[in-house]
Design a binder for this molecule. Structure first.
Ligand code: SF4
Ligand code: SF4
Ligand code: FES
Length: 255
């Protein structure tokens, strides 16, 4: 982040109210319009996001933030693009969360839960405090998926953790000091590759990529100017929201 570039574009609508609140960003006080999200308030204050910002819609998990409120001893966490500022809020952005992430070769391991337990023994430090579930912005039952993993029920853990956006906020609050989301990611990988039946259409698509079926299309897209991309993108044929099972686009060249 830098303070050299003031980006106020997205805040115009809300700033018209002129109602300001004070926030402290990394110890420095700023007056910002109330009702802004932390992300927009920081931009209003002059910060430019270089890291720690992606979708701005609560789905990429890049914008973890830690904050306190005046007269409140709790430490809060949230997504900067979703959390609205409050007067006196004292905050800092987490451009990267140094969570423990094991390395493993998925091809070389089987479906035995021990494979995960060996990589993440801290899993068994869970004290069932449920603090992780309470902070999850995706309303995921984090404690329950950790419990399912401990019981070796990887399919249940996969189901429960499927909407995880890898924001890391659960880890910030964990008394067991584990990175729940990385553990669940390994479990989903094991489940998808070793436990669930293989998806034949996925294999077809991967083979298509390997044999270069989409290479020309990608090369064509990469050679376009921004103006051309802006034109073709909204003109593309999209799958209808309520598409029937057998829906196909008019152009089946790349199916
Ligand atoms: S499980 Fe953890 S990392 Fe995943 S969305 Fe919830 S808080 Fe974020
Ligand atoms: S925060 Fe950590 S210790 Fe508490 S329930 Fe979640 S995983 Fe277990
Ligand atoms: S910027 Fe993607 S979740 Fe906040």
């Amino acid at each position: 982040m830098s303070t050299t570039d003031i980006t106020k574009g997205e805040s115009k609508e809300t700033t018209s109210s002129k109602e300001l609140v004070s926030i402290f960003v990394m110890g420095k006080k700023y007056e910002v319009p109330k009702n802004l999200t932390i992300m927009k308030a920081m931009e209003y204050a002059g910060y430019k996001y270089i890291r720690g910002c992606g979708c701005r819609g609560g789905i990429c998990g890049a914008c973890g933030t830690v904050y306190r409120k005046p007269g409140d001893y709790h430490i809060y966490v949230g997504l900067a693009c979703q959390t609205v500022v409050e007067d006196g809020m004292y905050l800092t952005q987490l451009p990267f969360f140094p969570a423990n992430r094991a390395t493993y070769n998925l091809e070389a391991i089987g479906s035995d839960p021990e494979e995960v337990y060996k990589k993440y023994p801290e899993l068994f430090r869970c004290v069932a405090c449920n603090a992780c579930t309470k902070v999850c912005p995706m309303d995921i039952s984090v404690m329950d998926y950790i419990s399912a993993i401990k019981q070796g029920d990887f399919e249940k853990a996969t189901e429960l953790s499927f909407d995880c956006i890898q924001c890391g906020l659960c880890t910030v609050r964990c008394m067991g000091e584990m990175s729940q989301y990385h553990i669940a990611q390994m479990v989903r990988r094991v489940t998808g590759s070793k436990i669930k039946p293989k998806a034949s259409h996925l294999k077809t698509m991967v083979d298509n990529i390997k044999t270069g079926r989409y290479t020309k299309a990608i090369t064509d897209l990469k050679s376009m100017s921004e103006a051309q991309l802006r034109k073709v993108y909204p003109e593309r044929e999209m799958e209808p929201t309520e598409a029937p099972e057998d829906w196909k686009p008019a152009d089946t060249t790349y199916l």
